[in-house]
Design a protein around this ligand. Sequence first.
Ligand code: UDP
Ligand code: MG
Length: 316
Amino acid sequence: MDISVVIPLYNEEESLPELASWIERVMQANGFTYEILFIDDGSTDSSFEVVKSLASSNPNIRAVSFSRNYGKSPALNIGFRKAKGDVVITMDADLQDSPDEIPELYRMITEDGYDLVSGWKKKRYDPLSKTLPTKLFNATARAVSGIKNLHDFNCGLKAYRSAVVKHIEVYGDMHRYIPYLAKNAGYHKIGEKVVHHQARKYGHTKFGLDRFVNGYLDLGTLWFQSKFGVKPMHIFGLLGSLMFIIGFLAVLVVLILKIISINSDTYYFYVTNSVYFYLSLAAMIMGLQFFLSGFIGELITRNSPERNNYLVAEEI
Ligand code: UDP
Ligand code: MG
């Protein structure tokens, strides 16, 4: 099978028939063998009924329905597990992404040899409250992930070589950083294609302003995992040692001042009046906590089934 189109959807009943027939048209025009995987993320409208009736008239349509709303990432993840195509294409259900991009995305994966091609909504039809923070978000994501050539990490329209989606796990809200997940899994050929974007035709956006806060927190998590995931002591041990050194120096200062004051008749030094005393206390306590976090992290890592998962590129 050439292509699996994975479509997460949450209350998108109005868009689905148009989307399905548009994809069908594109696939037939290009002679692709394909499947459309609708992942109903616990919709409360009649989305899944619509999907069922679409599937009854097109055998290429498959669908999964969650029992409740889990989020876009879990929806994508189950789609990735089920996809059978050589190339997997993800797309939003709200008709903001155009199925006409599919043939070129497919070509970039199969002929240009990309592992992942991300859409870039160069001209966006979204409110300013969304486009402006998005620019900042992407700049940070580029800097942290080291994927310098991507302008639009969170574009719903993306294409993957099948192996990529089988080796990454999208969970929580990590769909915003799939290129980063792919890079961490060892897939480096990440490309970009400018795609057409349309204003939402039906319904409304499913993400609020908290997307930006959560987005930044998740980026921090991913960065930490990719750097220290299997060696937490390297960071916590370093921070802990630093704290101990600061604490030790502060104690030394307190001690010296005390000795000086004991030998002087004019000057009396109260340890508890000194800023260095408090500095040493705080630094020692923090240092101990860093070390403990490191040890606990190491114990957890040692028991993690992921600790020895490597992706072998070639073997002779
Ligand atoms: N979506 C989903 N589960 C959710 C939220 C969204 O499956 O909990 C789907 C939604 O139906 C759409 C896609 O994810 O197909 C992108 O969502 P949306 O268009 O609301 O995001 P935006 O375009 O505003 O970033
Ligand atoms: Mg949308």
